[in-house]
Write a protein that binds this ligand. Structure first.
Ligand SMILES: C[S@@+](CC[C@H](N)C(=O)[O-])C[C@H]1O[C@@H](n2cnc3c(N)ncnc32)[C@H](O)[C@@H]1O
Length: 248
């Protein structure tokens, strides 16, 4: 397969396509930072069709068109197997490690942890990301405000200094409000911390979405590769990268 970038500015490169097809073709990078679709199809609030399925939400706004190409409502076993494949493909491409943002979900009244905690990779740590707000408000459980960042570390993984370690494993970072055209962006400060704490000189995000990881990388002069299935989000990320730095 020969890759033709959707966008390239010398620091950041975007590939429009399925990450499993693209990942084997990219060069090795220091770290991956990514947040996959969460398979929220059966979570209350999804109208039984998936919160991120096109047209599934009555909320309009950023949720109206969901993820477009990806309906986010796979059978749980298929979803877990798919995500393990992506993690395995990523592992082949990273020198230091993977920061994998996911979240616990209550589905049919039972807590489901991401991939049943079975990742097939060495898990170093789980960072709690306190978003300060959540979307699954209902009477059956407390609204989920915490997301997790699973850190899969190679033997070469190390933090840049003790101050980075002292940052701790609870990161209070507000949600991203400046990207209205994507239903689930994380704040650029999140990948920014991962890059700063590891001193990474290059990063990949296989579920790039609105390009938050690439935006954080570009602000730091760090090489970045993003992969995204939806052309609409490739265009959105390219627009974000063309803007002046926001200094986040
Ligand atoms: C949770 S969002 C990522 C949001 C991103 N962190 C941001 O800040 O905007 C997941 C993204 O994965 C994309 N996606 C779904 N399946 C994909 C695949 N097979 N390959 C690449 N991207 C995919 C979706 O279109 C969606 O934009």
């Amino acid at each position: 397969m020969s890759l033709t970038p959707f966008y390239d500015d010398g620091t950041c490169t975007i590939y429009h396509g399925d990450c499993l097809a693209v990942l084997p073709e990219i060069p090795t990078v220091d770290i991956a930072v990514t947040s996959p679709p969460y398979n929220m199809g059966l979570v209350p609030g999804g109208n039984g069709r998936g919160l991120y399925a096109p047209g599934a939400s009555t909320k309009g706004g950023r949720f109206r068109d969901g993820y477009g190409e990806h309906d986010d409502a796979m059978p749980a076993e298929d979803y877990d197997a798919w995500q393990r494949s992506v993690l395995a493909a990523l592992w082949e491409r990273v020198r230091l490690g993977i920061f994998y943002n996911h979240r616990p979900r209550v589905i049919h009244g039972r807590l489901q942890v991401p991939l049943g905690f079975d990742y097939g990779l060495p898990l170093r740590q789980i960072i709690t990301w306190d978003r300060g707000t959540g979307i699954d408000v209902n009477l059956r459980h407390f609204c989920t405000r915490a997301e997790w960042i699973m850190v899969f570390a190679t033997p070469e993984f190390a933090l840049v200094d003790h101050a980075a370690s002292g940052m701790g494993d609870v990161w209070r970072l507000g949600i991203e409000t400046g990207v209205p055209d994507h239903p689930a962006p994380f704040p650029a400060a999140l990948p920014g911390r991962c890059i700063d704490a590891t001193g990474a000189a290059s990063v990949v995000d296989p579920f790039m979405g609105s390009g938050s990881t690439l935006r954080a990388a570009k602000d730091r002069g760090v090489r970045a590769i993003g992969i995204e299935l939806s052309e609409r989000f490739c265009e959105l990320a390219a627009r974000r990268l063309a803007q002046e730095s926001l200094g986040l």
